[in-house]
Design a protein. Structure first.
Lengths: 263, 331
C-alpha cells in the first residue's frame, strides 16, 4: 500500500518532469524570468540609493514571482493538456483518485519552481555581490519549507478549479498578477492600502514570504516569526482541507457535465 | 469487495443522460440535450456485445456511463453486480476501456513508459507490471516498438497500444469504443483477431463500431441505437433472419445506358426498392426485392443487350439490416 503510493508519486513526478517541466518554455518561466526580474529590481534599487536589507524585496520578490507564475501556469497547463490529450478521463476512470495525481504533480511543479528562487539569489550573489551574512538560517529553512507548503496547498486548490470546468483556466490565469500584487512579492506589504492588506491575509504565501524576509534580515526566532509561521501553516491547511472537500464535488461535477475531454 | 461470479457483467435499467449547456453572456439560457433516452439491456459474462448506431446516437455516452466516466441523469447501472454510483472505485478495478482515435497517450513517452504510467494508476506491483507489459506488447504485436516514443507510432499502433493499456490490470470487462477507427484493413484485421483472442480467454467485451461487417463477425449480440434509444437487439443472425424476405440484386451500368435501364426497372417499382448510386465510370444499381426470381428473369436478357455490365444476387448483410433499421425505421 505504502510502496504503491510512493511508486505512484515517483512515476507521476517522472512523467511530469519529462512531459511538462523540461522544456524551453519552462526554462524561461522558472529560471530566466526570475533572474531578469531580480537583476532589474537590483539595478533600480541601487539607482535609488537603497542598500540591504531593502534589496531582500527585490531578490525574494523575483524568486517568489517565478515560483508563483510557474505554479499557476504549470497547474493550469497540466489539467488543460490532459483534457486535450484525452488522458484526463483515463486518470479519472482509474481507481487512483485524481487528487493524488494532482498532489504529486503540484509537488514537482513547486520543487521545479524553487529553482526560480535559486536563479534570483544567484543573480544577486554573482552580479551584485549581495551578502547573506547575518541571516537566521534556521528561520530561513522553516520559512522556505512553509512557503513551499503554502504554494502546494494553493496549487492543489487551483487544480480542482481547473478540473471543474474547461473555462476556469482563464480565471486562474487572471489570478497570477493580482495575487502577486496583493501579497507584496516585490515590496513591503505595509505600502498597500489597509483594505488590500486585509485581503492578502487570506493567502498563506504572504505569511511564508514575510517569515522568509524576517529571517533573511536576521530577526531571531521568536514571537514575530512564530506568528507568521503559524499563520502560514494554518491558512495553508485550510486551503488543503478546502481542496479535499472540493475534490469530491469536482469528481461528481465533471462526470455530470461531461467536461473530462476538450471540445 | 470481489465481484459476484453469478451475476451479469452489465445490467442497465432505463438509462437516461441529459447534458445541460448554458448559453448567452448577460441573459443565460440553459439548453438540455438528451443523449440517451431510457436504455435497458443486459450483457452476460463472456459475451461480446455490440452497440451500433449513427454518429450522435448515444453510443459513446452509453459507454462512458458504463465505464464510470459519466453519471447517468436517471436509471441504474450494475457492473459485475455492483452499482457503479455506490462502488465506483471497486468497479474501476475490474473494467478496462479504450476510446477510438489517437488521444489518450503521452506522445513524448515510449510505449512501455506509457504502460508503466497507467499501471501505477491501478496500483500494480513492479513484477506484475513487467510481466503484463511483456505479455501485452506481444499480444498487440508491438514488442519491437515498445521502446519507441508513441508520437512515432502509426494510428494503428497507437490503437493497439490503447488496447494494451486497457488490458494492463487484466480486467474482466472491457469497453472498446470504435477500436478500429482510422486503422488500415490489415491493422483492423489484426485487432479483430486480438479481440477474438480476448473473448476466447473469457473476457466480457462491449464493442461500439461503425463497421457492420466487424460487428457481424465479432459480436454475439448487437443492440442498434437510434436517437438515444435501442431500436433493435438480437444476435446478428437473428437480426438478419428477421428480414430474410428481402433479396438484394446488384448491377452495374454505364451513364449512356442508364435512362434505358431506368425505363425497364420502373416496372419493378413499387414492389421492389431500386436505389441508384453514381461512381466514376457509371452507375451501381441496388434492387431490394421479395421476388428475386422474377427480377432476374427480367434483367438477364439485358446482359446480352449490353444495357447491364454486371449482374449478381447477394445475401443480406448486417449493413442492409442496419440501413433498414436506421433509415427506414424497420425493426
Amino acid at each position: 500500500m505504502i510502496g504503491s503510493f510512493f511508486r505512484l508519486g515517483i512515476r507521476q513526478m517522472d512523467v511530469q518532469l519529462r512531459m511538462r517541466v523540461l522544456s524551453l518554455w519552462s526554462l524561461g518561466l522558472f529560471f530566466t524570468q526570475p533572474a531578469v526580474f531580480s537583476a532589474i529590481g537590483m539595478l533600480l534599487a541601487r539607482a535609488a540609493g537603497n542598500t540591504s536589507p531593502d534589496l531582500i524585496y527585490t531578490v525574494l520578490g523575483a524568486g517568489i514571482m517565478g515560483m508563483w507564475s510557474g505554479l499557476v501556469f504549470t497547474s493550469t497547463y497540466d489539467i488543460r493538456a490532459d483534457r486535450r490529450e484525452g488522458t484526463l478521463e483515463l486518470i479519472v476512470g482509474s481507481p487512483t483518485p485524481l487528487r493524488r495525481v494532482v498532489g504529486f504533480r503540484s509537488l514537482l511543479n513547486i520543487l521545479a519552481g524553487s529553482t526560480s528562487m535559486l536563479a534570483a539569489v544567484g543573480a544577486a550573489l554573482l552580479i551584485f555581490n549581495y551578502s547573506f551574512a547575518g541571516i537566521n538560517t534556521f528561520g530561513v529553512l522553516i520559512s522556505f519549507a512553509l512557503l513551499l507548503f503554502a504554494l502546494w496547498c494553493m496549487g492543489i486548490f487551483l487544480a480542482n478549479l481547473l478540473a471543474w470546468s474547461r473555462l476556469s483556466g482563464t480565471f486562474v490565469d487572471l489570478l497570477e498578477m493580482p495575487i502577486a500584487l496583493l501579497c507584496g512579492f516585490m515590496y513591503p506589504i505595509g505600502v498597500l492600502p489597509v483594505w488590500m492588506q486585509k485581503i492578502s491575509a487570506i493567502f498563506p504565501i504572504r505569511w511564508g514570504l514575510e517569515g522568509l524576509r524576517e529571517s533573511l534580515k536576521g530577526s531571531p526566532t521568536g514571537e514575530v516569526l512564530a506568528t507568521k509561521w503559524l499563520l502560514a501553516l494554518g491558512i495553508s491547511l485550510l486551503y488543503y482541507l478546502l481542496a479535499r472537500w472540493f475534490d469530491g464535488k469536482v469528481h461528481d461535477h465533471i462526470r455530470v457535465t461531461g467536461e473530462l475531454h476538450s471540445i | 469487495m470481489p465481484p459476484d461470479t453469478d451475476v451479469q457483467a452489465i445490467e442497465t435499467r432505463s438509462l437516461v443522460k441529459t447534458f445541460k449547456t448554458k448559453h448567452g453572456f448577460l441573459k443565460r439560457t440553459t439548453r438540455a440535450t438528451e443523449a440517451v433516452r431510457g436504455i435497458s439491456f443486459q450483457v452476460e459474462k463472456g459475451e461480446l456485445f455490440g452497440l451500433l448506431g449513427p454518429n450522435g446516437a448515444g453510443k459513446t455516452t452509453t459507454v462512458k456511463m458504463l465505464s464510470t466516466l459519466l453519471i447517468p441523469t436517471s436509471g441504474s447501472i450494475h457492473i459485475l453486480g455492483q452499482d457503479i454510483l455506490q462502488h465506483t472505485t471497486e468497479v474501476r478495478k475490474h473494467i478496462g476501456f479504450t476510446f477510438g482515435g489517437a488521444r489518450g497517450l503521452y506522445g513524448r513517452l515510449t510505449g512501455i513508459e506509457n504502460l508503466r504510467y497507467f499501471a501505477e494508476l491501478y496500483a500494480m506491483s513492479p513484477q506484475q507490471t513487467r510481466k503484463r507489459i511483456d505479455e501485452l506488447l506481444g499480444l498487440v504485436g508491438l514488442q519491437d516498438r515498445g521502446n519507441d516514443r508513441v508520437e512515432t507510432y502509426s494510428s494503428g499502433m497507437q490503437q493497439r497500444l490503447h488496447l494494451a493499456r486497457a488490458l494492463l490490470h487484466d480486467p474482466e470487462l472491457i469497453f472498446l469504443d470504435e477500436p478500429t477507427v482510422g486503422i488500415d484493413p490489415v491493422g483492423a484485421r489484426e485487432l479483430r483477431a486480438t479481440i477474438k483472442q480476448l473473448k476466447a480467454q473469457g473476457k466480457t467485451i462491449l464493442l461500439t463500431t461503425h463497421y457492420m461487417a466487424e460487428a457481424d463477425e465479432l459480436c454475439d449480440r448487437i443492440a442498434i441505437i437510434k436517437q438515444g434509444q435501442i431500436v433493435a437487439l438480437d444476435s446478428p443472425s437473428s437480426l438478419k433472419s428477421k428480414m430474410t424476405r428481402d433479396s438484394y440484386i446488384e448491377l452495374k451500368t454505364t451513364n449512356e445506358n442508364l435512362p434505358a435501364l431506368k425505363n425497364v426497372l420502373a416496372r419493378l417499382e413499387p414492389a421492389s426498392e431500386v436505389n441508384y448510386a453514381q461512381h466514376a465510370f457509371g452507375w451501381d444499381v441496388n434492387i431490394r426485392t421479395l421476388h428475386p426470381g422474377e427480377v432476374m428473369e427480367l434483367l438477364s436478357p439485358l446482359l446480352s443487350s449490353n444495357l447491364i455490365q454486371t449482374l449478381g444476387v447477394r445475401n443480406q448483410t448486417m449493413e442492409d439490416v442496419y440501413v433498414a433499421i436506421i433509415q427506414n425505421g424497420e425493426a
